[in-house]
Design a protein around this ligand. Structure first.
Ligand code: ATP
Length: 575
């Protein structure tokens, strides 16, 4: 497909405010893309040259792109800068300056390759090289193409189309039916690379997707836990089950193939370079290839006590990782294994996977060890283990169904978490997606932001529904940072995937997640989360307990289904 044609589709997708229309445009576009280009087309739709775990960075900030635009259209740099300031979008600046009358002959592949080339230019003189390469590309293309190329290069081609919608559209485009989506989703959950899955689907067909297996060095989308608020309910649901200590660190999915080791975070960023001591310990394992799931924590070597989450995460921001790894060495607690020496264990029952965890990690040294579990069907044992776990400073327990496989990318009752706060009315914090913000009033007027409109994810429709307005819990500094983060994803109309009865002063692309605590979930006539017959759900007295979460994407926020469950559960708790 010509990149010009894709640009027209991008423009139509950008201007629609209706999700169904978005789906129709997308499946029409995908039906016209060739099998060799479908992966790249998916990346353009996602707005990233590849999933972030590949670590491909184009590395061009506004200033450099301004120079490329100035060079391509023989326009003074000052004029480019002024228009950029005025319009606030370099994509549009390029569109306005570009005088080409007709669309270029460049294919999606040609444009993609030229952009990928930028990411490979590093070291001395690379800035000039990048400016030349981008300018050459811009010279050849029509205004609309230029707009999207510039936005893509800057990481600002955000159309806010969810992966679920992309998969449904791929299924419709290739088979004329949406029904193949679950198979695509299964493959995506095993490799986290939708472009790769799309390309296999188009070039090798349905059977290959159905047989798709885990691949070492491509992260598996993590299995997630449901919640219940009493040991009894959990035992009623699971019967005899494993109780696994729940650590409050950060999730680390580890891949090893020979000497090569990679560690992925909960939202599948490559975090290998942050934890040299872990990489070294993993290399020492005798297994040739392995993928396992674990929680990483820092601990005090002298006393053996675990540091809280804030200390653990701190090193991510530290420049001197070596120093941090000496001062706050990390430990890994392994709770699952998904692949071993050429064989996927995803479909093996929990008991078999757990035996493998014990066998491999029992004596693997002090850095990596298995999490501690018990297996029981007795409420007394459950309560005792839970209390012991809590008194040793941990967060709670994750109960695991003995017969279940590893549920990649799914939150279901194969894993059920119960935290130490389960006796309070609303026993958990809630992760919400920021959908818009309100201007500050009174003392907050000077920050330009006073509160945010936030929502939860509705898996059924792949949309975001509002649940609350949050104004408290942010420091002044955070408010300032929040405004600048949100301004970078501001849009001029309600995004198509947002369902809201409330109109904030500014809409933003649903990208950022924050964690909030609330007193209670209540019914509400104005919030659309779970709305039926005019009644939805809202949070009472919400306050932020985190800043923007680096480890969560919008689709990782809590879901409408979970809110309904939490609402039901809080009614059954006696305080
Ligand atoms: P939370 O805020 O409760 O961690 P979450 O949305 O990040 O929620 P959940 O699926 O709700 O993730 O809870 C599971 C999380 O708990 C995992 O992502 C993992 O990081 C952590 N965890 C700690 N110990 C364990 C364990 N033994 N088994 C499974 N997950 C564990």
């Amino acid at each position: 497909m010509k990149f010009g044609d894709l640009s027209i589709y991008l423009s139509r997708l950008e201007s629609t405010t209706k999700r169904l229309e978005m789906f129709d445009i997308l499946s029409e576009a995908f039906s016209k893309v060739d099998k060799n280009e479908i992966g790249k087309a998916v990346y353009f739709i996602q707005g990233e040259p590849a999933p972030s775990f590949y670590g491909i960075q184009i590395g061009m900030a506004d200033k450099i792109v301004e120079k490329a635009i100035s060079m391509a259209y023989v326009e003074g740099i000052e004029k480019v800068k002024t228009s950029s300031k005025k319009i606030g979008d370099l994509g549009e600046v390029a569109e306005k300056l570009d005088k080409q009358k007709s669309y270029s002959n460049l294919t999606i592949t040609a444009v993609y390759d030229s952009i990928l080339k930028l990411s490979k230019m590093t070291g001395e003189g690379s800035t000039e090289e990048k400016i030349n390469e981008l300018a050459e590309c811009l010279k050849k293309v029509a205004p609309l193409e230029a707009k999207y190329i510039v936005r893509f290069v800057l990481g600002k081609l955000r159309l806010g189309i969810g992966n679920a919608t992309i998969m449904e559209a791929l299924s419709k485009a290739k088979t004329n039916d949406r029904k193949f989506k679950p198979e695509l989703e299964k493959a995506f959950n095993l490799c986290s690379d939708l472009g790769y899955v799309a390309e296999l689907f188009y070039s090798k067909g349905e059977e290959v997707i159905k047989r798709f297996q885990v691949e070492v060095m491509r992260p598996i989308r993590p299995a997630l836990a449901e919640r219940l608020n009493t040991p009894r309910k959990i035992l009623e649901k699971l019967g005899r089950c494993a109780l696994d200590q729940k650590f409050d660190g950060f999730r680390a999915q580890v891949h090893k193939e020979g000497d090569k080791v990679k560690v992925f975070s909960r939202n599948l960023e490559d975090i290998t370079s942050f934890m040299p001591e872990i990489v070294e310990a993993v290399r020492r394992l005798s297994e040739k290839t392995i993928i396992f799931d674990s929680e990483a924590l820092s601990y005090d070597e002298d006393t053996g006590t675990l540091y809280p989450f804030q200390v653990t995460i701190h090193r991510k921001r530290k420049h001197d990782i070596e120093e941090a790894s000496q001062k706050f060495p990390l430990r890994l607690f392994v709770f699952d294994v998904m692949f071993l020496n050429g064989k996927s264990l995803i479909d093996e029952p929990y008991t078999a996977r757990r035996e493998t965890v014990e066998r491999i990690f029992k004596d693997s040294g002090s850095v990596i060890s298995p999490s501690k579990i018990i297996i029981t069907d007795k409420e007394d044992d459950f309560i005792r283990f839970f209390d012991e776990t809590i008194s040793s400073g941990l967060e709670g327990v994750v109960a695991k169904r003995l017969s279940s496989g590893y549920s990649a990318g799914a939150r279901n009752f194969n894993w059920i978490k119960i935290k130490r706060s389960y006796k309070s009315k609303l026993n958990d914090t809630i992760d919400v997606v920021i959908l818009g913000y309100f201007r500050g009033r009174g003392s907050r007027a000077r920050f330009g932001i006073g509160a945010i409109l936030a929502g939860v994810y509705d898996e059924r429709t792949d949309t975001f529904k509002t649940i609350t307005k949050v104004g408290s819990g942010f420091s002044e500094d955070q408010l300032k940072q929040m405004k600048s983060a949100l301004d970078s994803v501001k849009v001029d109309h309600k995004p198509a995937r947002v369902d809201s009865m409330i109109e904030p002063d500014f809409w933003v692309q649903p990208e950022y997640v924050i964690t909030v605590k609330a007193d209670e979930i209540t019914n509400s006539p104005i919030h659309t989360a779970g709305m039926e017959n005019g009644v939805g759900y809202a949070l009472r007295f919400p306050r932020a307990v985190s800043f923007i979460r680096a480890d969560k994407n919008a689709d990782d926020a809590n879901t409408v289904k979970e809110i309904k469950e939490m609402f039901k559960q809080q009614k059954t708790v006696k305080i």
